[in-house]
Write a protein of this length. Structure first.
Length: 406
């Protein structure tokens, strides 16, 4: 199973319809507070709302992530009676399934504050797959009625159809389970990973968490993974090799160069933030089952710009295995330039990379602009002024210096 595309309208800063088509690598970039993170995290919310783990109503929490205190926090401008349109398309065993739904917030309070009586209904729903097309829209009334289908209750974004004779309940339950299985293949690294501890007790590894927790345990579990991570650090981090110093069930992550050894906990923040990113990518390559989807927020955090390009190669090498997809949010010009260079060198293909600029507007909304990378590494369109700040500073410096030389 893989994610083909997802979209929204009326969600957080995205007032108008936006849709992200995923490639092996999909990159979101834009200025601060433009909505990049909200968009990158949306697939987790949608998949949870479609999975067996969905409860009644619309989910606001997905594991360690909280999307809002109430559903209104998800609605653009927090409109009391606002709504959000969601869409998602996936492929499973070469079958494409597309789903779209409109989730309406209804408030029983007349005040502008959050109403404890708020509730949400799915007021429009469409599910399309090769052998089936289901679509309906709620008629007026409370609880909502769906025309000839009558009253339908929803769990997340799918109908609760076990006791509804006119709906294929077994199909919905089958899809809930399939999507839950797919959801469990998602890995997600947030924009700030926790600092490395000075030492760890050996234990059974668990999935790497949003804050990068669990990455060191994987190194202690697999000598092959440790060797691969050590090689990567040595090649790209100025000769510093990642290694473990172990004794009596305790291990430390260390960096070695020549005769010098330091605890990774004493190294710079960039090295510590980098560790979970590298370990996660190397894990994906070693896993036998296909279908992972990796969400990575600011992989370049605290790293010197010279190291950003190596991250681009890291991601490209992972997706070259054709086992999954990577969705990245970044502020790094060097990461994007390395991706473009590799396409120009035919190391990667243009159709393997999707690039989206997230642009914040003066009215508080945001829009997306897809940017196509051509076979020569050039782009078909580029937002004005983006990554030109250094050039502008040099021009200003030269203008300031000119009067002194006169």
């Amino acid at each position: 199973m893989k994610l083909l595309r997802f979209g929204c309208e009326g969600y957080k800063p995205f007032r108008t319809k936006v849709e992200i088509e995923l490639r092996p690598i999909t990159i979101l970039f834009g200025r601060n507070n433009s909505g990049k993170t909200a968009l990158l995290r949306l697939p987790r919310l949608l998949l949870r709302a479609l999975s067996s783990r969905a409860r009644s109503g619309f989910p606001l929490d997905v594991d360690e992530l909280t999307y809002g205190e109430s559903f209104r926090d998800l609605i653009h401008q927090r409109l009391i009676h606002g709504h959000i349109n969601f869409s998602l398309a996936i492929e499973d065993n070469h079958r494409q399934i597309a789903l779209s739904a409109k989730v309406q917030n209804i408030s029983e309070s007349q005040s502008g504050a959050i109403a404890r009586g708020d509730y949400q209904v799915v007021s429009r729903f469409q599910l399309e797959e090769p052998s089936l097309l289901l679509e309906w829209e709620a008629t007026r009334g409370r609880p909502p009625s769906y025309g000839d289908f009558g009253k339908i209750e929803f769990r997340g974004l799918l109908p609760e159809a076990r006791n509804h004779q006119r709906l294929p309940g077994e199909l919905f339950e089958d899809w809930r389970q399939r999507i839950q299985d797919f959801e469990e293949r998602i890995s997600h690294l947030g924009g700030y990973r926790k600092p490395i501890d000075r030492s760890y007790e050996r234990s059974t590894p668990r999935p790497i968490g949003l804050d990068g927790d669990g990455a060191p345990e994987w190194l202690a579990e697999s000598s092959e993974l440790l060797d691969a991570a050590g090689d990567w650090f040595q090649e790209h981090m100025d000769g510093w090799r990642l290694a473990l110093d172990s004794a009596a069930g305790i291990f430390r992550c260390v960096l070695r160069r020549g005769e010098v050894e330091i605890n990774l906990a004493d190294a710079g923040d960039g090295m510590q933030q980098l560790l979970p990113v590298v370990v996660q990518q190397l894990l994906h390559r070693s896993q036998e089952y296909p279908g992972f989807i990796d969400l990575v927020e600011e992989p370049e955090l605290h790293l010197h710009p010279a190291a950003h390009a190596a991250l681009a190669d890291l991601f490209l090498e992972t997706v070259s295995t054709r086992k999954g997809q990577i969705l990245v949010e970044t502020h790094s010009e060097n990461l994007l330039l390395r991706i473009r260079r590799r396409i120009a060198e035919s190391v990667a293909a243009p159709h393997d990379v999707a690039l989206y600029w997230i642009e914040d507007k003066s009215d508080g909304s945001s829009e997306i602009r897809p940017i196509q990378i051509l076979a020569d590494g050039e782009v078909d369109d580029w937002p004005e002024g983006v990554f030109s700040e250094g050039y502008q500073e040099v021009r200003a410096m030269r203008r300031a210096a000119r009067p002194r030389s006169d």
